[in-house]
Design a protein around this ligand. Structure first.
Ligand code: SAM
Length: 261
C-alpha cells in the first residue's frame, strides 16, 4: 500500500513540517500540495492512500472514501448508558471503574472510548492497531477532538494508542497484565449497512483470529477475554468459545472466555 503525505491546499509551515515528519514515521513519501486536487496527486496510483495533514486533523483519502477520526456511535452509547440502558459490550466485559483493558483491535476507537469512559481516571485502556495509517489518525484524533462533555474528553485523552500487531504484542506481556483483553476483528462477513466503515476496511488487517492468540489473551487477562463477531458467525464455534452474549435484536454478539477457568 503506497502512502503519500501532503497538506491541505491552504497551509502553513507548521503543517508542512508536521506532514514531513509523519511521512518519515510512516515510511511514506511527502508531496507538496501545490494547490493540486487529491485526484491529481493520486495520478496513476489508483490504490494509493493520500494522507492530508490540516487544521481539522488527519484525513486519509482511500479509494473507498475518506478515513478520519470521529466519535461514531460512542456518544450515543454513552448517552444510553447514562439513561440506564445496558451496553452489551460493557456487560460482556463486566466493565467497572478502575479496571484495565487491552483493546487489541482499536480501529476508530469507538469501543475503546466506551471502555475508557467506564473505567474512568483510575482505570487504563491501551489500544493496539496494526494499520499505521489508522493508528496515526486515531492517536491524533483522540488528542485533538474537542467535545463539550469533560468526562468524554478525558475518556478520549486517556486512551493509549500503540501501532502494533496483537499476535506479537500479546506474547511480550506478562501474565495477568490487564483485567480484560478485547478483540474485535474485521468480521468474516461484513455487516452490509455499516457503509461508513468502508474507508477503514481499505486500510484494515482482515486476518482471522487464531486459536493460539486466544490462549495468549487468556494468559494476559486477569478476568476475561471478550471477542466480538456477527450473531450468525461460526467463529465462536471454530474458536471453541462457549459463552456468547448479545441482545436479541443485535447484529453482533460477544464471546466471553473466563480467564480463571
Ligand atoms: C472491526 S475493527 C475494530 C473496531 C473498533 N472496535 C472500534 O470500535 O472502532 C478491527 C481493527 O483491528 C485492526 N486489526 C486487525 N488485526 C489486527 C492485529 N493483528 N493487530 C492489531 N490490530 C489489528 C484492523 O486493522 C482494524 O482497524
Amino acid at each position: 500500500m503506497n502512502i503519500i503525505v501532503t497538506t491541505g491546499q491552504k497551509t502553513t509551515t507548521n503543517f508542512i513540517v508536521k506532514a514531513k515528519s509523519i511521512a518519515r514515521q510512516l515510511n511514506a513519501t511527502f508531496v507538496p500540495r501545490n494547490n493540486e486536487s487529491i485526484d491529481a496527486l493520486r495520478g496513476s496510483g489508483k490504490q494509493d492512500i493520500i494522507l492530508v495533514v490540516n487544521k481539522q486533523g488527519l484525513v486519509a483519502h482511500t479509494p473507498n472514501g475518506e478515513l478520519f477520526f470521529h466519535l461514531n456511535m460512542a456518544q450515543l452509547r454513552i448517552k444510553n448508558l447514562l439513561a440506564g440502558k445496558l451496553d452489551n459490550m460493557v456487560q460482556a466485559m463486566g466493565l467497572q471503574a478502575g479496571m484495565s483493558v487491552l483493546d487489541c483491535t482499536l480501529g476508530l476507537a469507538t469501543d475503546a472510548i466506551i471502555e475508557s469512559y467506564i473505567v474512568g481516571d483510575e482505570g487504563k485502556v491501551v489500544g493496539l492497531e496494526v494499520s499505521p495509517v489508522t493508528a496515526f489518525i486515531v492517536r491524533e484524533g483522540l488528542v485533538q477532538y474537542k467535545t463539550e462533555d469533560p468526562s468524554i474528553q478525558r475518556a478520549l485523552e486517556r486512551i493509549e494508542v500503540i501501532n502494533a500487531d496483537y499476535n506479537e504484542y500479546l506474547l511480550q506481556l506478562p501474565d495477568h497484565s490487564f483485567d480484560v483483553v478485547y478483540i474485535d476483528p474485521m468480521f468474516r462477513r461484513p455487516i452490509k449497512e455499516s457503509i461508513n466503515l468502508q474507508p477503514m476496511r481499505y486500510v484494515a488487517d482482515h486476518r482471522a483470529v487464531e486459536l493460539s492468540v486466544l490462549h495468549e489473551a487468556k494468559r494476559v487477562a486477569k478476568k476475561c477475554v471478550v471477542m466480538k463477531e456477527t450473531n450468525c458467525s461460526s467463529e465462536f464455534k471454530r474458536l471453541q468459545i462457549e459463552t456468547v452474549v448479545g441482545g436479541k435484536y443485535s447484529s453482533v454478539n460477544y464471546g466471553v472466555i473466563n480467564a480463571n477457568k
